[in-house]
Design a protein around this ligand. Structure first.
Ligand code: FAD
Length: 441
């Protein structure tokens, strides 16, 4: 009998690899014509660039272990420099030593530079005002607002959380976005002390790392490790039906039906929920979240004014900043030394993020860049727009409700789910979920 993996994003690839290592006969079915899902690359201006994920969180160690296993350990790199935040009237470096923008030292100069002296003092109240709430904080926004005040929330935490996760902290569940924070608050008696404790417990060095050549190399290496599997592209799975008599599943595709004793369902949340209609009808029928849609504009530009990395690795835009349409800019050649090293002098790669399924024209993008980077950007040689659609954002309230129901539902033996919508956005969560899904069942 066969183990079928549905979906060839990172979660599915990791699961397929693990199943092969367990001696299974593996068939991986991927709907699109390529592997990798939201880890992808484009060739632009003569260089291959990540167009989806471009780094991975160090936390948990799952990605690093995988990268080492795949023989890419020597190519793991730290980013150079740090990001800035764009406030209503200026851009300032994000303070060092925080967690999701929450400062560990509210009175530090770099914190006061962003939130002002008044904002810093208000945040310091967190250290002296006793915790009135016993138990867990549900959402990050109310927690930060109560402990540290609006300025820290609006100017530090919101730009970071919206930039990385695409949600407002008011909608970001603490336990999902900052595992361990609630417990650390209870133990230390303050939010800033809790941040300090979590930072101290994290491995030394950067919180996120990259790969020389780009994170898409992870997909190439995973694909290469599946030589013994039957990998079928352009093969959307149309249905997964528990076998009517006895164990196993019928996996329906347009070409043929497969019989599997195990299925790892690693499609994105939208498709996965449709495919659970038979095995977990109640869960599949629950209200679905609004899809999150964003556009990444990749630019290659020849402009020496960017050589000095005027805004470090890039800029996250605070909601109070209303004269630009972009929500974030990554200065990729400032962030990744290997990328700068592959390009001629004064050539730069920028990635500008916009909400929605399209980005503005060149003139508006250039205007946004000039405002956010503090220098005009000319010499644009190439542009590529990549639209990303997430049918079930991991932090949406509906997705969380679905996930909880799925945890309670008894899936048939042999069926497991994996991927960002079940485990959380980001490669750290996704790799671990692929491993778990393959190990169970
Ligand atoms: C622009 C952008 C930047 C990001 N940056 C980072 C970053 O820097 N660091 C980080 O850690 N994370 C980042 N992320 C998030 C990260 O990329 C995702 O969390 C992760 O790649 C999701 O992997 P997955 O396998 O769960 O899902 P996906 O990558 O969505 O893979 C699901 C796969 O299932 C396939 N599929 C769907 N339906 C079917 C079906 N019916 N049958 C068969 N196959 C099907 C899809 O085609 C797809 O290939 C970023 C995401 C985006 C969009």
């Amino acid at each position: 009998m066969t183990a079928v993996v549905v979906g060839g994003g990172v979660a599915g690839l990791v699961a397929a690899r693990r199943l092969l290592q367990q001696g299974e006969r593996v068939v991986l079915l991927e709907a699109s014509d390529r592997l990798g899902g939201r880890v992808h690359s484009v060739e632009l201006g003569g260089v291959r660039l990540d167009s989806g994920a471009e780094s991975f969180a160090v936390r948990g160690g799952a990605v690093r272990a995988l990268v080492d296993d795949l023989g890419l350990g020597a190519d793991v790199v730290d980013p150079t420099g740090s990001a800035w935040v764009a406030l209503a009237d200026r851009e300032v470096p994000l303070p060092a030593g925080g967690l999701l923008g929450i400062p560990s030292s509210p009175l530090a100069t770099d914190v006061a530079r962003v939130v002002g002296t008044g904002g810093s003092l208000r945040a310091y109240a967190d250290r002296v005002v006793p915790l009135l709430k016993v138990g867990r904080y549900e959402h990050l926004g109310p927690l930060v607002r109560r402990r540290m005040g609006r300025r820290v929330l609006d100017r530090l935490v919101t730009p970071v959380v919206q930039g990385v996760y695409g949600v407002h902290p008011d909608d970001a569940p603490v336990d999902a976005i900052a595992p361990g924070l609630n417990a650390a608050i209870t133990n230390t008696g303050a939010l800033s002390a809790a941040v300090l404790r979590l930072r101290a417990a994290a491995p030394p060095g950067a919180a996120a790392q990259g790969l020389v050549g780009g994170v898409h190399r992870l997909v190439e290496a995973l694909a290469a490790s599946l030589a013994a599997a039957d990998v079928r592209l352009g093969t959307p799975v149309l249905g997964i039906h528990p076998a009517p008599h006895g164990p196993g599943f019928q996996v329906v595709t347009a070409q043929e039906d497969l019989w599997a004793h195990r299925v790892v369902l690693a499609a994105d949340g939208g498709a996965a929920l449709d495919l659970l209609a038979d095995a977990a009808h109640g869960v599949s029928a629950m209200p679905r979240p609004e899809p999150a849609v964003s556009t990444a504009v990749l630019l290659v530009a020849d402009d020496g004014r960017l050589d000095a990395a005027p805004r470090g690795t890039g800029v996250l835009v605070a909601p109070e900043r209303t004269d630009v349409q972009a929500v974030a800019v990554t200065h990729a050649t400032a962030k990744w030394a290997w990328l700068a090293g592959r390009l001629p002098p004064h050539r730069h790669v920028l990635r500008v993020a916009y909400r929605g399924p399209s980005a503005p024209d060149d003139a508006v993008v250039r205007r946004d860049l000039a405002k956010l980077l503090g220098v005009p950007v000319g010499g644009i040689r190439a542009r590529a727009d990549v639209v990303w659609r997430d049918p079930a954002p991991a932090l949406a309230a509906e997705t969380i409700a679905i996930r909880r129901a799925l945890d309670r539902a008894a899936l048939p033996d042999g069926l497991t789910v994996a991927g960002a919508w079940t485990a959380g956005t980001g490669l750290a969560s996704v790799v671990a979920s692929g491993e778990r899904a393959a190990a169970r069942g």
